[in-house]
Design a protein around this ligand. Structure first.
Ligand SMILES: Nc1ncnc2c1ncn2[C@@H]1O[C@H](COP(=O)(O)OP(=O)(O)OP(=O)(O)O)[C@@H](O)[C@H]1O
Ligand SMILES: [Mg+2]
Length: 475
């Protein structure tokens, strides 16, 4: 997130975030605007924070693929789990541990397994009065090896509750590494560096940055003056990642290569069964889990997608007001998300990007004219309003526009700069490829957004006001 900056609301926009509505009030009437304290109405924030009742889910987090699950829910990865355990076990006897490379397709348990084992090692070390450092970064974020090293310093500092002690910019990579080694010497008896999605660290130069990161870290054993065991563990989707490395990185990094293959239908079924308690006791029709597992194994063998499909089916069941998830819900979810690449893509983007797209779709949807080309200015104001309503971070207009235009790569929309009329300047406009309402519904299937369904009138009012202003003035 370090490239993005928050921004204040523009001075000319009314602060609509604190609007409260008494029962029966007309939310489109701006004379109803009051503060939270004195109206006795229900604030938007309160409404957003109230759990929706009923439905098919008992603990929906269990079918969110970003939830960190307990060890006893891991099934079907005995070999890989065994290898990782055997490799890291020597830490408990203060003996050396090997480097590892975990590779395999998406959703096959690589991140899950390494973190599950490391968690146990940390706890066992604690019981021996030792501190084991799990310094894990995702290499999708940092663009250079230098930035990645800084993230490792930061990971250690956060883990230890101390200051990073070096700035992110303005000092050399060696100085950052030195600080990393210092933190290791002072606080840890053993360390594992986990470089997740290592292949994403390409950087701006011809030679990918992961080469230098791997080279520099693998020399830590020699240079850090650190007595304890160290493992450099990288994670990637590419089975041939080692071949991508330059000779310097290859000669310093000799990992135990552990491959994670696709799950078959039986494995997916066991994984899903272990999360059955995400649903109310009788909410899953008997054939639902086998069907999700079968569909998943035919198309990908990816546990993340299978878990998502099960959740989507549950969400569709709730939307039609049902108490049971049926085979039909699964098929509908499969069709909706698997066939429609754009909607599936939207359902998988980050919360901030969903928010940006939601604002654009709402701006298109709530105008009487059903605009084909939606102006970025009013859409950004709608974005600010919704972000405020949901108590979410607000980014600058530039970041908002970047988040939206980025989706053109996935066919979600087109964008264009065009004139507003003679002499009235050139503005950025977006044109959505799907019906705005369908896009909004898709985003609201993410529970963080589901309560926005209650905000139609308010958002509609903001959209109308902003579009009227847009037409009447330049901004
Ligand atoms: N063997 C398993 N048992 C239970 N849940 C699993 C298993 N494997 C994967 N999952 C679940 O599937 C999701 C994806 O797993 P994970 O994040 O480990 O995939 P990955 O291999 O790291 O994928 P990517 O390459 O896309 O990062 C997670 O929600 C995880 O809990
Ligand atoms: Mg992963």
């Amino acid at each position: 997130m370090d490239d993005e900056s928050s921004t204040d609301q523009d001075a000319d926009s009314p602060d609509t975030s604190q609007m409260t509505f008494g029962k029966g009030s007309d939310p489109t009437d701006s004379s109803q605007e009051t503060t939270n304290d004195d109206s006795g109405g229900i604030s938007i924030r309160d409404r957003l924070q109230t759990e929706s009742s009923g439905g098919v889910f008992a603990n929906k987090d269990l079918v969110r693929s970003d939830t960190i699950i307990d060890e006893d829910r891991i099934v079907g990865r005995d070999d890989q789990l065994g290898r990782v355990v055997d490799n890291l076990k020597p830490v408990l006897q203060d003996e050396g541990i090997p480097d590892m490379l975990l590779s395999g397709p998406s959703g096959t348990g690589k991140s899950l397994i390494i973190h599950a084992v490391c968690k146990q090692i940390v706890e066992l070390c604690e019981s021996q009065d030792k501190t084991f450092g799990v310094l894990s970064i995702n290499c999708e974020g940092p663009k250079t090896a230098d930035r990645a090293v800084y993230r490792l310093v930061k990971a250690a500092a956060d883990d230890l509750g101390v200051e990073p002690g070096v700035p992110q910019t303005g000092v050399s990579t060696d100085q950052k590494l030195e600080r990393l080694y210092e933190l290791m010497r002072e606080h840890y008896e053993g360390v594992i560096f986990i470089l997740d999605e290592i292949d994403m660290l390409e950087g701006p130069y011809q030679e990918a940055e992961y080469n230098s990161l791997i080279y520099q870290l693998s020399r830590a054993r020699k240079l850090a003056d650190f007595d304890g065991p160290i493992s450099l563990t990288a994670i990637t989707n590419y089975a041939d990642f080692m071949k991508e490395l330059n000779s310097r990185a290859q000669s310093s990094y000799n990992p135990d290569d552990i491959f994670f293959d696709d799950y078959d239908a039986n494995q997916l079924r066991s994984i899903l069964k272990m999360r059955r308690d995400a649903f109310e006791p009788d909410a899953l029709a008997g054939d639902v889990i086998p069907l999700v597992a079968a569909l998943g194994s035919h198309t990908h063998g990816d546990a993340r997608k299978a878990i998502d499909l099960l959740r989507w089916a549950g969400e569709l069941a709730e939307r039609r007001g049902g108490n049971t998830v049926t085979e039909n819900d699964v098929r509908e979810a499969q069709e909706k998300y698997t066939e429609n690449r754009r909607l599936r893509h939207i359902s998988g983007i980050s919360t901030q990007k969903k928010l940006a797209i939601y604002a654009v779709a709402a701006t298109g949807h709530y105008t009487k004219e059903r605009l084909e080309w939606i102006p970025a200015g009013p859409a950004f104001k709608t974005y600010q309003f919704i972000a405020d309503t949901m108590d979410m971070d607000q980014y600058s207009r530039e970041t908002f526009v970047n988040h939206v235009t980025e989706q053109s790569t996935y066919g979600v929309l087109e964008f264009d700069r065009r004139g507003k009329g003679r002499g009235r300047g050139v503005h950025m406009y977006f044109s959505l490829s799907e019906d705005p309402e369908t896009i909004m519904e898709t985003i609201r299937e993410d529970s963080r957004f589901e309560d926005l369904a209650h905000e139609n009138a308010t958002i509609g009012a903001v959209v109308s006001e902003r579009l009227t202003r847009f037409r009447n003035q330049n901004y």
